[in-house]
Write a protein that binds this ligand. Structure first.
Ligand code: NDP
Length: 429
């Protein structure tokens, strides 16, 4: 493929190769730290350990060996294989993605939601047949499962980087710097595929996102075993399960919406996305349910309703703002919203949700993220990790998106920013 179509990347993100190195080490480290920092094994959340304990563990070879668990790794790889087989055999429409730089379009098989239903059905049937104790495996094999998912991310990022040198590969505009570490991390090829299996969209939706719900179910089972059955599982645990399951089901059900997101349209598939999809999503977004498994919290009706209301407001903002933009980008404007013309020919909404801030959808999403942490009460800040992490992720993403829009729209973007001055939260940020 010509260098015109695959130009050299001249601009680094994430502080370039040193940043890529630190994040590649940092994400797995934080994932383990979140477990050891909030776990019965280390005596609580936060744990009853000091710096000496940490140094002792890190300098002890047996501790490092304990991160590996063959049974857990086998289970994890079997889970991944299940997702691939389900993708291959479950029926689904073929939907074309957005137009690529080379004029082509990728075709995606839409069956993430049916894969989810199959996994849920099989899990529920298994638990009904064998009881809650049969599905606490994930709670007890946590560290081994995390290690297996990190290994899977490393394998995939390395495979995708190596295979991006085949002739005809369409590279991500940001992933062709020539620096091995950076390109491996950020993702060199735009749509690495094995046959018709496009790895980026597959990983984004199936093995991590569905596992997130299965992990929560395992945490419910662990609490049920400890408290004498499902009917004694706390309201807070059910709330977390319901919130997360809803978010995942919604994302999977609206699978085609993925194909217009920045991850799919712009980014390559490297370690950054692989570890995000396979490790961060299932193993850190579940810190609340894992905490509640060993530290049950009874909310009562007042707090339950309050948290539910907060969540619904967030969901409403998230869904209706995304809906307004999707409609508009598909040539529909049912609410007669005002917009501005750009020299590029694309229009930008200037009223409705998109008149309040330049990313109202991120605001709604963040509110939902906070509501996921609230059921754990005020006993520990660690379960609020997700709200903080998500705020950082969304702010960083907003900066990246606005940089891209500035490049796309030039002076028109400056004009748009004057019309809509707030970035995410009206009157605040
Ligand atoms: P957006 O859906 O906000 O899309 C940004 C793009 O929208 C811009 O690049 C621009 O593209 C277009 N746009 C910007 N302003 C306007 C306007 N005024 N009128 C019309 N179009 C406009 O970003 P993402 O793809 O990042 O996010 C999609 C969803 O995914 C969000 O709801 C977000 O909250 C969620 N998300 C969830 C994450 C998670 O981990 N849970 C992580 C990241 C995102 P163009 O003009 O070229 O069409």
């Amino acid at each position: 493929m010509s260098s015109e179509l695959n130009p050299r990347t001249k601009h680094y993100e994430f502080l370039g190769p040193p940043g890529a190195f630190l994040i590649s080490i940092g994400i797995p480290a934080v994932t383990y730290a979140l477990y050891f920092g909030c776990s019965e094994v280390t005596g609580g959340c936060p744990p009853q350990i000091n710096g000496d304990h940490v140094v002792h563990a890190l300098t002890d070879a047996t501790w490092w060996k304990s991160l590996w668990d063959t049974q857990a790794a086998t289970a994890y790889f079997a889970w991944y294989a299940f997702c691939v087989v389900a993708w291959a055999i479950l029926p689904g429409d073929l939907v074309a993605g957005t137009k690529l730089r080379n004029g082509g379009r990728k075709k995606y098989k839409i069956n993430a939601f049916s894969t989810f239903l199959l996994a849920l059905g099989a899990t529920t049937g298994y638990i009904m047949r064998y009881g809650p104790e049969s599905f606490t495996f994930i709670y007890h094999k946590w560290v081994g499962l995390v290690t297996a998912a990190i290994l899977m991310s490393l394998i995939q990022a390395t495979y995708c980087y190596a295979s991006s040198f085949k002739s005809g590969a369409l590279l991500a505009l940001g992933g062709n710097s020539g620096n091995i570490l950076y390109d491996w991390y950020i993702g060199r090829e735009l749509n690495p595929s094995i046959g018709s299996l496009e790895l980026k969209s597959f990983n984004e939706l199936r093995p991590g996102l569905i596992l997130w719900v299965l992990i929560n179910i395992s945490m419910v089972c662990e609490q049920a075993v400890r408290r004498g059955g499902f009917r004694n599982v706390t309201d807070s645990m059910w709330l977390v399960l319901a919130f997360h399951s809803w978010y995942v089901a919604d994302g999977l059900y609206n699978e085609p919406a993925l194909f217009t997101t920045m991850d799919i349209v712009t980014d390559g598939f490297g370690f950054m996305l692989a570890v995000g999809d396979l490790v961060v999503v299932p193993f850190t977004y579940t810190v609340q349910s894992r905490y509640l498994a060993f530290h049950p919290v009874e909310l009562g009706p007042f707090w339950t309703i309050g948290i539910l209301a907060f969540k619904f407001v967030g969901y409403y903002i998230f869904r209706s703002s995304n809906g307004e933009k999707n409609d508009f980008r598909n040539g529909k404007n049912p609410k007669n919203l005002t917009y501005m013309e750009t020299k590029r020919g694309t229009k930008l909404l200037t009223s409705g949700w998109w008149g309040w801030s330049r990313h109202p959808n991120y605001f709604g999403d963040w509110m939902m993220g906070i509501s996921w942490c609230l059921p754990t009460g005020a006993n520990t800040p660690i379960t609020y990790y997700y709200a903080l992490y998500f705020a950082i992720l969304l702010i960083h993403r907003q900066l990246r998106d606005e940089e891209a829009c500035q490049e796309k729209y030039g002076d028109d973007w400056k004009r748009y920013k004057k019309l809509v001055p707030y970035r995410i939260i009206p009157y605040i940020y």
